[in-house]
Design a protein around this ligand. Structure first.
Ligand code: NAP
Length: 494
């Protein structure tokens, strides 16, 4: 179940938001009395409540807004219990002084906004002894391992326990707590009105992650990177899992480079089944792979990990998807080297450039790498056996295939292009890996020449569909994923 926290300054707004949320399907809400900026009337808030409520009145020291006296705060909590509210949230230090009464269930809580303490289990056991119906522990995640410790603590608790790590790194704990036995998780009414750091919106929880369908059998997948907040992969994969009625969830894991090794060990322990991999981990994950496919070896990077039978298998679906799109455009895939004798220009020398340059070389093209940082271009050229040229000389290449593997042209810099339009040769293939927007300036100008174009959306959807196949054994629903993706970059910004 998802508990939606409501913090509004006026009673009437809190009541209206509560009603609205119930119309949207909310089954439990937390009313934050500390947000009300006038004398609090608990009865008015709860007398006609449209769904069960948790009453919370948080002090500033615990991350709340209550500025009144402690005595008044305790009086409010006692009044809420006297009104017969469904739950009351009591911090550890006051739980003893507010006795159980009537049907109101007691949530005994602890917050730590600095860290996730080492002794989570001990803290939980202490809270359990305070006549708790539910224990709630919310702590700040400073590294991805904190999520795993939190989930492990929930799973081993003798009392129903809501546990979550705050901050962006803590997001997986909020999404997966139900998988490990938490009775509910907290969400905010709107993503711009988070009441705790890293809180997701009710809509995200339901429409993207289908939180209420997660149970102890749900298989865990995700994407690792740093940063990760912008990733569209959770949207695509969760939608595809749901479409195929698979009991799987796909979670964004923000993993700083220095925590990768520990994270992979934790994945094994928690039974994670598969991961998409993005910047900066595509090369580093190789040291954890027990098996990789041939392209991963050649490229030196993987964007997909599958955990199976004690093995970690690495794939590169960026490469496969890009080559499927390219081969479709070449229409000569039956020849082993359809690009023999053709000049290809790769702009950029990062992960995407590496995958594409490798594929172009395999197809026989004469590849030139141009990248802002010359040494990086030279290193890539040496690795795959081609030439590097200074970034400023990129327009001198008479390319029949042009690949943009830099972020130039990406939102919000939509008026930029990595190559002057006059240097696009009619009938050349122009492949822009940037997918937001799909119609980059480069793609628009290439269409006008006219060139043959391949967009980053095609590549992104293609790589996601191939990952889906690795994760499930089923063909990825490409058209459906494309539709989700276009809708996401066109309109919906969660
Ligand atoms: P990366 O490893 O960080 O490499 C980025 C490359 O772009 C580097 O060579 C970098 O040069 C260069 N670059 C960055 N900003 C630049 C600028 N303002 N001017 C000139 N060069 C610049 O990133 P990546 O993973 O390869 O991704 C590159 C692009 O591909 C991104 O736009 C990403 O969204 C896209 N991509 C798309 C897909 C898809 O499925 N459609 C998949 C993967 C990647 P320096 O070395 O000088 O920094």
């Amino acid at each position: 179940m998802i508990c939606v926290s409501i913090g509004r300054g006026r009673h009437k707004h809190m009541i209206a938001e509560h009603r609205h949320l119930v119309e949207q399907g909310a089954e439990l809400v937390e009313l934050r009395l500390d947000y009300i900026d006038r004398e609090v009337n608990v009865k008015r808030l709860v007398v006609d409540r449209p769904c069960p409520v948790i009453i919370t009145c948080r002090r500033e020291a615990d991350g709340g807004k209550w500025r009144g006296t402690e005595e008044d705060r305790l009086t409010l909590l006692r009044m809420a219990i006297a009104e017969g509210v469904d739950y009351v949230d009591l911090e550890e230090d006051i739980a003893d002084s507010i006795p159980r009464f009537g049907k109101t269930r007691r949530i005994v809580s602890l917050h730590d906004f600095q860290k996730t303490p080492d002794d989570l289990e001990k803290i939980r056991d202490r809270l359990c002894q305070l006549d708790a119906d539910i224990v709630k522990i919310a702590t700040m995640a400073n590294n991805p391992h904190d999520n795993f410790r939190m989930l492990r603590m929930i799973a081993s608790s003798p009392v129903s326990t809501v546990g979550m790590c705050m901050g962006e790194i803590g997001t997986p704990s909020r999404l997966l707590s139900g998988r490990f036995g938490a009775p509910f998780t907290y969400a905010t009414f709107h993503h711009e009105r988070a009441l705790a750091p890293g809180q997701l919106s009710f809509r995200q929880m339901r429409e993207v992650y289908h939180y209420d369908d997660i149970n102890s059998e749900t298989e865990i997948y995700g994407v690792i990177g740093d940063p990760i907040g912008h990733s569209l992969s959770p949207l695509l994969h969760n939608a595809a899992f749901r479409r195929e009625a698979l009991n799987k969830v796909y979670v964004p894991f923000r993993v700083p480079a220095s925590h990768l090794d520990e994270f992979i060990r934790d994945c094994r322990e928690l039974g994670v089944k598969g991961l998409s991999v993005t910047i900066p981990h595509k090369e580093a994950v190789l040291r954890h792979c027990t098996r990789v496919d041939g392209a991963v070896k050649g490229i030196g990077a993987a964007n997909t990990l599958v955990f199976e039978d004690g093995e970690i298998v690495g794939w590169n679906t960026d490469y496969r998807a890009a080559m499927i799109s390219l081969d479709r455009e070449l229409k000569t895939q039956e020849r082993p080297t359809p690009l023999a004798g053709h000049q290809a220009l790769v702009l950029g020398a990062g992960g995407a450039a590496r995958a594409l340059a490798f594929g172009l070389r395999r197809r026989g093209a004469d590849v030139v790498i141009c990248s802002r940082t010359r040494q990086r271009a030279e290193k890539l050229a040496k690795d795959i056996g081609c030439r590097a040229l200074a970034w400023d000389d990129r327009s001198k290449v008479k390319a029949e295939v042009v690949i943009n593997a830099t972020p130039i042209g990406m939102h919000p810099n939509v008026d930029e292009s990595p190559l002057d339009k006059n240097h696009l040769r009619p009938n050349a293939i122009v492949f822009d890996t940037v997918y937001n927007p799909e119609q980059t300036l480069l793609i628009k100008q290439a269409r006008k020449r006219p060139c043959r174009v391949i967009t980053g959306v095609e590549m992104f959807v293609g790589q996601a569909a191939l990952q889906f196949k690795h994760f499930t054994g089923m063909d990825g629903p490409v058209d459906f994923m494309r539709e989700q993706m276009k809708r996401a970059i066109g309109a919906v910004k969660y």
